[in-house]
Design a binder for this molecule. Structure first.
Ligand code: HEC
Ligand code: HEC
Length: 405
């Protein structure tokens, strides 16, 4: 619900009061005198801000070619702003039946992802999307709006026409400071800016209200199991999760984001539910970007996601190949020790890293928590349960729930 509609409803309610229809209430004053007083001029409704218009646009199905898909269809608030329940890989497009290639990530906790680039050691960092190809939220929002597998607008004039047809088109123009005669390109710019502003400004996209945050603030304590899980998560020889999914705030930040926005090839198994997928097609991640073609060393690498709200955002990994957190953690612990559990076996051999062409399998991440055959697993079954218990403390809503109950 928007501020604007609430305001209109209130206004209507007050007009009805002014007619005196109810009659006889204590507040109706002294009859004739009250009636002869001219109604106070109604203050004009405050113009909605760009972020408020962005809030409406995020839920706006009429911006899609099918008329059925909004940003919020694939980034569901109740699911940590990630995939809707039951959606394995997102469906979209003109007829709402095209299956996308990648899992819908959470739209939360992206404020400090920064532009894509290489750090002093030459390692890729930052950017939005699994392959970091968008340097900002405004750039990002153009992706789904024009992606034929998603909201499927044919071009800028097509989207501008949809924006002009919105009942609140004038609010968008006013909030963006555009004249009534705004061009197609100006309107589309205003819409993506509004969407970006909404995600940047609204606390829903960075609430920091998990149990983990409450423990950091001293207002809650971990169970013994959750604390063991955090210790394993941090231990460089065991889970080693924190080496990529930082459990401490980055310099200058107040809160941990559980990602350092780094890129790695984990060699996750192929998602066999994608029956319609060309068997010769591989999603190569970073090196599939036109600007990184030729960087064979980056093939198979995807951006490390935040682990906040992981309990709500299944399925997991860029190709949605895992349904549960238990399996994700077990994959980390046993990928190389028990490959037949994760990869198809042909001729007695597990087809390791089968979602990458053989030429790029050497890019796959080694080192803890991954172990070579012959080494003991980094995590025992009890350890894995402890790590999952810890991951479950990263769900937003814990501290707000305790505050209001
Ligand atoms: C059909 C489902 C679908 C729709 C509709 C959709 N998205 Fe997404 N969104 C995805 C997928 C899938 C990805 C990852 C794509 C990739 O990495 O190549 C994504 C990625 C993102 C990201 C980057 C997340 C990250 O971790 O870097 C943001 C932010 C986002 N979407 C916001 C939006 C906005 C805003 C809209 C509406 C304009 C929108 N999405 C519409 C499925 C969708
Ligand atoms: C070397 C860096 C690295 C380490 C170590 C690491 N991760 Fe990850 N993690 C990633 C990357 C990169 C991805 C995305 C890979 C992909 O989708 O192909 C990921 C994905 C995930 C996901 C799925 C996220 C989603 O949105 O789908 C979970 C859950 C996860 N990791 C948990 C863990 C846990 C628990 C550990 C420790 C046992 C761990 N990770 C260790 C880099 C790492």
């Amino acid at each position: 619900m928007t501020h604007h509609t609430r305001h209109a409803a209130l206004l209507l309610f007050c007009l009805l009061c002014a007619c005196g229809g109810g009659g006889g209430t204590a507040s109706s004053g002294t009859g004739a005198a009250a009636m002869s007083t001219p109604a106070a001029p109604t203050p004009p409704a405050p113009a909605p801000t760009l972020a408020e218009v962005g809030d409406r646009l995020f839920d706006e199905t009429s911006l899609s070619a099918s008329g059925k898909l909004a940003c919020a269809s694939c980034h569901v608030e109740a699911r940590g702003h990630a995939d809707a329940v039951g959606v394995f890989l997102p469906l979209g497009g003109l007829d709402g039946t095209h299956q996308g290639l990648r899992s819908s990530p959470s739209a939360r906790y992206l404020d400090t992802a920064g532009a894509f680039g290489f750090d002093a050691q030459g390692r890729p960092r930052g950017g939005l999307f699994w392959d970091g190809r968008a340097n900002s939220r405004t750039e990002q929002a153009r992706g789904p709006l024009f992606n034929p597998d998603e909201m499927a607008n044919a071009d800028i004039p097509a989207l501008a026409a949809r924006l002009r047809a919105l009942p609140y088109a004038a609010d968008l123009r006013t909030a963006a400071g555009l004249p009534a005669a705004a061009t197609d390109a100006q309107l589309v710019d205003a819409a993506v800016t509004a969407l970006a502003r909404y995600q940047a400004d609204d606390a829903k996209f960075h609430p920091f209200t998990s149990k983990f945050d409450a423990v950091q603030d001293g207002s809650a304590t971990f169970t013994a199991q959750e604390q063991r899980g955090l210790n394993l998560f941090n231990d460089p020889q065991r889970g080693n999760c924190a080496s990529c999914h930082d459990s401490r705030p980055a310099p200058g930040q107040a809160r941990a984001l559980f990602t350092n926005f780094s890129y790695h090839a984990l060699g996750v198994p192929r998602n066999t539910s994608q029956a319609t997928r060309d068997p010769a097609f591989f999603d190569l991640g970073l090196c599939a970007r036109s600007d990184l073609a030729g960087r064979a060393d980056l093939c198979g690498a995807f951006r490390t996601p935040s682990l906040r709200n992981m309990a709500l955002t299944a399925p997991y990994f860029h190709n949605a190949s895992f349904a549960t957190l238990e399996d994700v953690v077990a994959f980390y612990a046993t990928r190389d020790l028990d490959p037949a559990r994760w990869y198809p076996v042909t001729g007695g051999q597990a087809q390791l890293f089968n979602d990458l062409p053989p030429a790029y399998r050497a890019n796959v991440q080694q080192g803890p928590p991954f172990r070579r055959t012959g080494q003991p697993p980094a995590l025992s079954p009890q350890d894995m349960a402890d790590v999952v218990a810890f991951l479950n403390t990263l769900t937003d809503g814990f501290s707000t729930a305790t505050a209001t109950h």
